[in-house]
Design a protein around this ligand. Structure first.
Ligand code: UT7
Length: 354
């Protein structure tokens, strides 16, 4: 029976290191609060002008190479991002052109932090049904573009000035601090390919969504509700920036990630002890520690990257995969579980033998 395996991976982390202390120079926050409440110690942001597509190109090239393939072998692209280069078209087609792929189908998916988990389900379905042999699955984000900072704040972060920022910038940054401290930029990619042997392959997926409370984590503008879809009034209302009810999202993420993990394990007859590694979306270390405890997993089976990258949304799980496999922590046949929760609200888990 043909199954899908992850045959190669790649990652690209941007160069600008933003510490919690640096953020504390432009808003009312502290290193201590951010570490304790979220687990983030530092995040990496792109240089101004570097887009999500640009960040993902080296990651995708590396994934193709590490799978022992060339770009001409890829016969489908799935691109997960909530921070695309353009409102339309999506980044999938842009990546196809940038890599010089054949005129293969390109899907763009927008499940935010669940993007990789959803994307793997889509890639797996195409591989298993014989519609594709080599799927390039990408998760990439440039969240720094969604930081609502003024010019003085950017200059202070860049170290260009060391004088205090204007009060109105300080106040606005502080109003949005629960979001600004969490997110980082990053890109990662995997190649999902057909495998006809024994003992390896993606086993199951459990993905779900509930749009009832979508506006607990969303960007109100710009969209077709408005006419024109973007205007000065919208900008004056600050509707171009993300908005989040942190406590609500925290609670729902904890519940849904735990449920998804428990259900996918139970229906496959897998005990937490059988797992070699669990790759959880990294929105808040406390969410993941709760899920880890509930499943009774030792620290050796759970890896984190929130401390050094922050929440990189769709890039998080493939970044974890890439680092773990390069460090020799994923061997062929190992049972690996991925779990995620994101805006939508959306959630999911994948279970595979690596
Ligand atoms: O990937 C999916 C997307 N996102 C998530 O999953 C995020 C889920 N939510 C969270 O991770 C947490 O809710 C946050 C980290 C966003 C916030 O942590 P919290 O412990 O839930 O804090 P809170 O929102 O209940 O706020 C507690 C206090 C408030 O002050 P007051 O009203 O008690 O005076 C906040 O204003 O903490 C304050 N606060 C901060 N203080 C210093 C919020 N953000 C910050 C900050 N620095 N960065």
């Amino acid at each position: 029976m043909t199954r899908a395996v992850i045959a190669g991976s790649g990652a690209h982390i941007p160069p600008i290191r933003i510490t919690n202390g640096m953020l504390a120079t432009i808003m009312e926050t502290s290193d201590e609060w951010i570490r304790e409440r979220s687990g983030v110690e530092v995040r990496q942001w792109v240089e101004r002008g570097t887009s999500t597509l640009a960040l993902s190109i080296p990651a995708a090239r590396q994934a193709i190479e590490s799978a022992g393939l060339t770009p001409s072998d890829i016969d489908m692209v799935v691109y997960a991002t909530m921070t695309p280069d353009y409102y339309m078209p999506g980044n999938g087609c842009l990546l196809q052109a940038a890599l010089g792929l054949r005129s293969v189908p390109c899907f763009d998916i927008r499940q935010q932090c669940s993007g990789f988990v959803y994307g793997l389900q889509l890639a797996d379905a195409h591989v298993r049904s014989g519609l594709a042999k080599h799927v390039l699955l990408v998760g990439a984000e440039v969240h720094s573009a969604f930081m609502p900072f003024g010019e003085a704040s950017w200059a202070r972060l860049a170290g260009a000035v060391d004088t205090p920022i204007p009060q109105h910038e300080w106040d606005f940054n502080t109003q949005n601090r629960h979001l600004e401290v969490l997110f980082g930029d990053g890109a990662a990619a995997v190649v999902v390919q057909a495998f006809d042997g024994e003992g390896r392959g993606v086993l199951d997926h459990l993905i779900g969504a509930d749009g009832t409370d979508f506006n607990r984590l969303y960007i109100p503008g710009a969209g077709t509700r408005n006419r024109p879809y973007i205007d000065q009034a919208l900008l004056d209302r600050n509707e171009q920036w993300p908005q989040m009810d942190g406590r609500y999202v925290f609670k729902m993420a904890t519940t849904k990630m735990a449920e998804a993990a428990q259900q996918i394990l139970a229906r496959n007859g897998v005990r937490p002890d059988d797992l070699s590694l669990v790759l959880m979306h990294q929105a808040n270390r406390r969410i993941n520690e709760y899920v880890q405890k509930l499943l009774g997993l030792p620290d050796s089976k759970v890896i984190h990257n929130i401390q050094k990258y922050g929440n990189t949304t769709a890039a998080t799980i493939p970044l974890l995969w890439d680092e773990a496999s390069r460090a020799g922590r994923i061997a062929p046949g190992d049972l690996v579980l991925t779990v995620a929760f994101g805006a939508g609200m959306s959630w999911g888990a994948n279970l595979m033998r690596a």
